[in-house]
Design a protein around this ligand. Structure first.
Ligand SMILES: Nc1ncnc2c1ncn2[C@@H]1O[C@H](COP(=O)(O)OP(=O)(O)OP(=O)(O)O)[C@@H](O)[C@H]1O
Length: 461
């Protein structure tokens, strides 16, 4: 039967994505077999639940295919963990009769003292299990998992890039949890760039610079550093961080940065730091499409025990398209309102919640198409020319103006604007910066802008 499980594992390896196999199936061991039953052992409660819920049927069918007879699958937690759990509960509180293992606690369950806590605490709910993977984020997800599993020895750092509320923090913290679950003694340090700066300033004030440097350079195995764009213009902090990164990268440590800007688009960032950060694998998280938004809402509703009718998740997903944070706010709003007012969850209730969330949105009368038309008319170009690959100055400048106006008036994500002009979102940022520069130093640019804005404002009214 042991052999049967090994064979089934080989078959499963071909039928699920690599990261799924590595994370969930590979750690499962054969435990025993009984009359018509096979018992497998998972390393902890969390993986047991995941394997059972998501892959149980698939595993059972592979086993049946190989053994050519029906075999019932049972999944248990491996005895090693059980022994640790029992020892722990005996030691801690004898009066506590509860044998239930809280799902969240299993994330680390080290067998001895874990390393001292460093930086901010990881949010307990920001786990891989709760992260919906879809076409908007699958590359970022796979890259993060590959970094955490040390699949590619040359990949030591990852840069997660997205507009606000798209899941950068969730994914980076989930990787922190994942690493701790696999290697409980890794020193995972989670901080924002602002935390880093504050700690540095504090160290200088209190004559403890050496400890500060030591901590980041020699006592950290994994650094999760959020909101790198905060360091714009913070020269001293940039120098210190660049030095710390040298130490970490030379020592093969793992780093995940998050930001809403590309490293090269962060203004006032010194070249040393920029080049170190730019050597990371840069992975975008795009805005989720409608189907993904529905999936996220359904998953979050399930996790929180909310009963959410399908027409309501569809409605919320179609109305709340800015980011995932907004979706969550819709979900919480609907359930809170329903329970506080004792009203059933229906479209009327959902509409009243959505109205409050979108109340500050500019009226969506100005569209990218309208901006393109206006700018083309003003500069005497065709729509084809403005979205072409042409680098002619007479086309590049109007294109940059149109992109700038799209950013200013439509509140569409960078990627979406980029797509409308056949460009990557980095070009959008570049165009916005170029126009801003022109507005500062060139009165003719200001005049052009005033004219175009006047036209668009009139359109809005
Ligand atoms: N793919 C996803 N699956 C499940 N939840 C998600 C997903 N993406 C985002 N979320 C949820 O949306 C909320 C916002 O995500 P998060 O804080 O990670 O965004 P962010 O990109 O780091 O935003 P910011 O740049 O503003 O810090 C979180 O509650 C997170 O759980």
């Amino acid at each position: 039967m042991q052999k049967l499980w090994e064979k089934a594992k080989t078959a499963l390896k071909k039928s699920v994505p690599v990261h799924t196999y590595k994370m969930w199936i590979e750690p499962v061991d054969f435990k025993k077999s009984e009359e018509g039953k096979i018992v497998l052992a998972c390393p902890n409660f969390f993986s047991k639940k995941r394997v059972q819920d998501h892959y149980g049927a698939l595993i059972e069918s592979e086993i049946n295919k190989i053994s050519k007879k029906p075999c019932k699958l049972l999944i248990e937690i491996s005895e090693k963990k059980e022994a640790v759990k029992k020892k722990k509960s005996k030691k801690s509180d004898k009066s506590d009769k509860s044998d239930k293992l809280e799902p969240d606690l299993q994330l680390t369950l080290p067998t001895a003292n874990p390393p001292e806590s460093r930086g901010r605490l990881l949010r307990r709910d920001f786990t891989l299990d709760r992260f919906v993977v879809s076409n908007n984020n699958d590359f970022a997800y796979s890259a993060a998992l590959s970094l955490a599993s040390r699949e590619d020895p040359n990949q030591n750092s990852l840069y997660l890039l997205s507009d606000t509320g798209m899941g950068k923090s969730h994914l980076s913290q989930a990787i922190g949890h994942y690493i701790l679950s696999k290697r409980p003694f890794d020193r995972v340090y989670y901080a924002t760039a602002e935390d880093f700066m504050n700690e540095m300033v504090h160290a200088f004030r209190t004559n403890s610079v050496d400890q500060f440097k030591e901590k980041y350079r020699n006592h950290c195995d994994v650094l999760l550093l959020e909101d790198i764009q905060f360091l714009t213009g913070k020269e001293r902090t940039q120098i210190e961080l660049a030095l710390a990164l040298d130490y970490l990268l030379n020592a093969d440590k793992k780093i995940i940065f998050t930001s809403c800007y590309l490293p090269t688009d962060i203004p006032k960032m010194n070249e040393q730091l920029k080049s170190r950060i730019s050597s990371s694998l840069i992975s975008n998280i795009d805005p989720p499409d409608f189907r993904t938004r529905v999936k996220i809402l359904q998953k979050k509703a399930r996790e929180n025990g909310y009963k959410m009718p399908r027409d309501i998740t569809d409605y919320l997903a179609s109305e709340l398209s800015d980011n995932v944070r907004q979706l969550e706010s819709g979900l919480i709003g609907v359930t809170a309102k329903s329970s506080l007012l004792g009203r059933p969850i229906d479209i009327g209730l959902a509409e009243s919640v959505v109205k409050n969330i979108t109340v500050n949105r500019p009226r969506p009368t100005v569209t990218i198409d309208l901006i393109k038309e206006l700018v083309c008319r003003h500069y005497n170009l065709s729509i084809d020319e403005i979205i072409s690959r042409s680098r002619k100055k007479s086309i590049v400048w109007p294109r940059q103006m149109a992109i700038y106006l799209s950013r200013k008036y439509t509140e569409q994500p960078l990627q979406f604007i980029g797509k409308n002009f056949n460009r990557y979102h980095a070009t959008v940022l570049h165009s916005v910066a170029a126009v801003e520069k022109g507005l500062k130093g060139d009165s003719s640019v200001r005049k052009q802008m005033e004219y175009l804005c006047g036209k668009l404002e009139a359109e809005k009214l």
